[in-house]
Design a protein around this ligand. Structure first.
Ligand code: KG4
Ligand code: ZN
Length: 352
């Protein structure tokens, strides 16, 4: 089975062809990503209208390139998968409409993929991880601990009550005058910094419910920055290192809390999986390697290029759904909001 995946929910336009491997997992035959970073940099964040237009300009070429690199013709595909949300609706419409047009013209099945399910299932593409597993999803818009029990079967154990982790990286970078996108800038500055120079809070540490709160940490960075002003590059590096160390402590502690709750909803986890843009951070990755070693649990960290947004994860989610006969039709709507666990979202205080 070979599927084309299209991703346009945020600021990366991406297209990829993935083939199902007989022994499980998949082969990525091509993985084309075109980042719009330069288009948004001047604004310090993603501008939805600019994003949508940029997707329109490149998506055709990107799909062609993905097919060329995979040495494949459109008629050799078994299906078309396009991310249908959650995300910026203008961009989502570009990718989803492209997917629908291809599916219609080629008479191939269409799968309207939840972008978060793409992140959630990446570890099965790369490592064939069996269900159930604990997923820590940390991206620009989402911070969630989820019991992944099967395709379309997710139980959210915890989430953030305010900012997402990636958002906290982006805001911290902005207030320290570092370039957009913030995550990689903060990580680079932190390499040369002292992680214990500034004492920053670790919000929610020790709480039983595996929720997160990041806005207080970001405020603490701002207060320390104001106190130390004018900032030298040494100060900036130390602030970044101290911030990153606090985030890492929080991620590990909250994951530990989620592991304690996992058994009640899904039995024994086969692994911990960390996914989403923040999972490409090397400090985060090495902290999880240590934690998993100590806890004696398998850890799966998809390679950094499959942690940030990409088309391969959409193609793979398409393959998983097609195998179960889960196909969509041309009425599939773009969905700005689309929780993996709608029950958790409906619970009091559930929306975050
Ligand atoms: O998954 P992703 O590419 O897009 C979303 O679906 O949001 O995640 C993007 C987020 C941004 O907030 C970005 O700053 C953060 O992931 N990020 C990082 C790193 N690379 C990307 N955060 C920390 N360290 C990194 N190396
Ligand atoms: Zn994402």
């Amino acid at each position: 089975m070979r599927v084309l995946g299209i991703e346009t929910t945020c600021d990366e336009s991406a297209a990829s062809v993935v083939r199902l491997r007989e022994e499980g997992g998949g082969d990525i035959l091509s993985n084309e990503v075109m980042s719009q970073i330069a288009d948004h940099a001047a604004f310090g964040g993603v501008v939805p209208e600019i994003a949508a237009r940029a997707h329109v300009e490149v998506i055709d070429r990107l799909v062609e390139r993905a097919l060329d690199r995979a040495k494949m013709r459109l008629d050799q595909l078994d299906g078309i998968a396009a991310a249908a949300g959650p995300g910026l609706v203008g961009g989502v419409m570009v990718g989803l409409t492209t997917g629908k047009a291809l599916a219609l013209a080629l008479r191939k099945p269409l799968v309207a993929v939840n972008h978060l399910e793409g992140h959630a299932l990446t570890a099965r593409l790369t490592d064939g991880v069996p269900f159930p597993y604990l997923l820590l999803l940390v991206s620009g818009g989402h911070t969630q601990l989820i019991a992944v029990r099967g395709i379309g079967d997710y139980r959210r154990l915890g989430t953030t009550v305010d900012d997402a982790v990636g958002e906290a990286f982006d805001k911290t970078a902005k207030l320290l005058g570092l370039p957009y996108p913030g995550g990689p800038s903060v990580e680079r500055a932190a390499e040369a910094g002292d992680p214990v120079r500034f004492t920053l809070p670790r919000p929610m540490l020790g709480r039983a419910k595996p929720d997160f709160s990041l806005s207080g940490l970001k405020t603490a960075v701002r207060l320390e920055a104001e106190r130390a002003a004018p900032l030298t590059s040494r100060d900036v590096c130390d602030l970044c290192a101290s911030f990153q160390a606090a985030v890492v402590d929080v991620l590990i502690d909250r994951t530990r809390a989620a592991l304690r709750q996992f058994r009640d909803v899904a039995g024994r986890p086969s692994a911990i999986v960390v996914a989403g843009g923040v999972a490409s951070n090397l400090s985060v990755r090495s902290a999880f390697v240590r934690f998993a070693g100590e806890s004696g649990i398998r850890l799966v960290l998809p390679p950094p290029v499959l942690c940030t947004d990409n088309g391969a994860m959409i193609a793979w989610a398409g393959i998983e759904r097609l195998q179960l006969g889960l196909v969509d039709d041309l009425t599939a709507p773009p969905r700005p909001r689309w929780p993996l666990d709608p029950e958790a979202e409906r619970a009091p205080g559930g929306r975050a």
